[in-house]
Each structure stands twice: as C-alpha cells, then as structure tokens.
Design a protein around this ligand. Structure first.
Ligand code: IPE
Ligand code: IPE
Ligand code: MG
Length: 238
C-alpha cells in the first residue's frame, strides 16, 4: 500500500457530536482531543512522516469566549502531554499560525516545545493553531517585502521553493487531506500546501473517526492516480 508522506486533517464535528448526545460542546472537544491522542500515534506508526492538524482557525475566534477559553486550556494540557509522547518517539513538534492574539501562556508552551523537539528526525507533528491560509500568505508577502528592502532577496528570483521558506513552516506539500464532520470545504486550510493534495471527505464526526475510518482514507489514497497535470502512461485507464 502507498502511504502518504504528509497527511493533513481538518478536525471537524466535535460540537455536533456533543449536541447529538445531549452534551455540552466542550465535551465534544474533549472527546475529539482524546481521539487525537491515539490516532496521531497510529498515523506515525503507519509510516506517515508529517501530520498537520487543523485544530483552531483564525476564524474560530468568532466563537464565544467560553468556547475559545475552553479550547485554549485544552490545548495547553494537550501540548504538554504530546511533548512527552512524541519527543520520546523522536518526532519534531511545530506550530503554524499567527501569534496574536494568543495568550502568553500558550505562546510560551509553543516556543518551549518547538525548541526542545527541533532536532528530532523521525517525523513532524504540525499543529495549525490560530491558523488561516490567507493570513499565512499575507504574512509571507510581508516578510518577502522586508527581505527585498534589506537586499536579502531579489524579486525576480522568487519561485515556489523560495516562497515556501516564507510560510510558517517549510513543509513538503500535503499528499492526503482528510476532513471529518461532513462539510465539503477547505475552510482556509493550507491552500498553498494542498495544491495537489488528494481530498478525502467523510461524514464521520471527529470523535468517532477511529483507526478503522482512518484505514478507509489511507486505502482510498493508495488507489488514487496522481498525475500532477501529466499523463500516467503505465495506467491502462489513460
Ligand atoms: C472542530 O469541531 C474543532 C474546532 C473547530 C475547534 P467544531 O467545533 O467545528 O464542531 P462542529 O463543526 O461545530 O460540529
Ligand atoms: C475548520 O472547522 C477549522 C478547524 C477544524 C480548526 P470550522 O468548523 O471552523 O469550519 P466551518 O466554519 O464549518 O467552515
Ligand atoms: Mg465545525
């Protein structure tokens, strides 16, 4: 089976999972977070090298203070726990997103974990927190402009590879993008990196997206014919 190098997951459906069970939305986030704990380890064990998780978008600040604060507290606990688990497995943890208006406590944890895991080599876990592709591209353009002014970059030399250095993290493109929760949209997730991603949408709400459901996504991916605009002459269907 062909295993994707970089998997992205739009973690969606926690709130509806809770509502359907007569629980508070926060309980859905807790269930989603617990599900992530086991799923992430399983994904790396399958041979995936990079895992990008969309856990909070720039737009998610539109939600109530109560929900946002609950999520931030949950992330703090989660990141501390993930550091212990993934550092032992030689996995680097990185974060993608704007720093403002995240609170200092969370920024300190992000900086600490990023620094402590920077030399790990077996895989990369990328948390997209306060992340939006539009923000990422605009931030990249601002950094590019600064480098041009400071004579560190010549505009005519800008190409795909150089541009990627200005994104929050220079990661290989996403191979498989999974979205749980039934919505068929990207909601501002890694638009640059997903240019040629294989897309997999499922109605399963994230807390129920278990290993068997993940296997379905990986199986679907392994059957895709990735042509990148070319023609795969080895496949009879062409
Ligand atoms: C995804 O679940 C988690 C975050 C966006 C933080 P949602 O909270 O969006 O769940 P639904 O879509 O309302 O069910
Ligand atoms: C996308 O989910 C963001 C994350 C999963 C973090 P949303 O629930 O915020 O997306 P929309 O509002 O349905 O597009
Ligand atoms: Mg949602």
């Amino acid at each position: 089976m062909i295993v994707p190098n970089h998997v992205g997951i739009i973690v969606d459906g926690n709130g509806r999972w809770a509502t359907q069970k007569g629980k508070k939305r926060s309980e859905g986030h807790l269930a989603g977070s617990k599900n992530l704990d086991s799923l992430c380890q399983y994904i790396f064990d399958k041979g995936v090298k990079i895992l990008s998780l969309y856990v909070f978008s720039t737009e998610n600040f539109k939600r109530s203070d109560e929900e946002v604060n609950y999520l931030m507290d949950l992330f703090i606990k989660k990141f501390k726990n993930d550091f212990k688990i993934f550092n032992k497995k030689d996995i680097k943890i990185v974060f993608s997103g704007r720093r403002e208006p995240l609170r200092q406590e969370i920024l300190d944890i992000i900086d600490d974990i990023t620094y402590k895991t920077k030399d790990n080599k077996s895989g990369i876990l990328n948390f997209c927190l306060n992340y939006g592709s539009h923000a990422e591209i605009i931030d990249a353009v601002k950094k590019i402009n600064k480098d041009i002014i400071n004579n560190k970059l010549v505009i005519d030399e800008l190409n795909d590879d150089i541009f990627k250095n200005y994104l929050y993290n220079n990661l290989p493109d996403v191979d498989l993008l999974i979205r749980t929760g039934g919505e068929v949209r990207l909601s501002n997730f890694m638009l640059w990196q997903c240019a040629y991603a294989e897309l997999y949408f499922t109605d399963i709400l994230f807390p129920d997206f278990n290993e068997a459901e993940l296997e379905k996504a990986l199986d679907s991916y392994s059957k895709r014919d990735r042509r990148y605009g070319g023609i795969n002459y080895e496949k009879k269907s062409n």
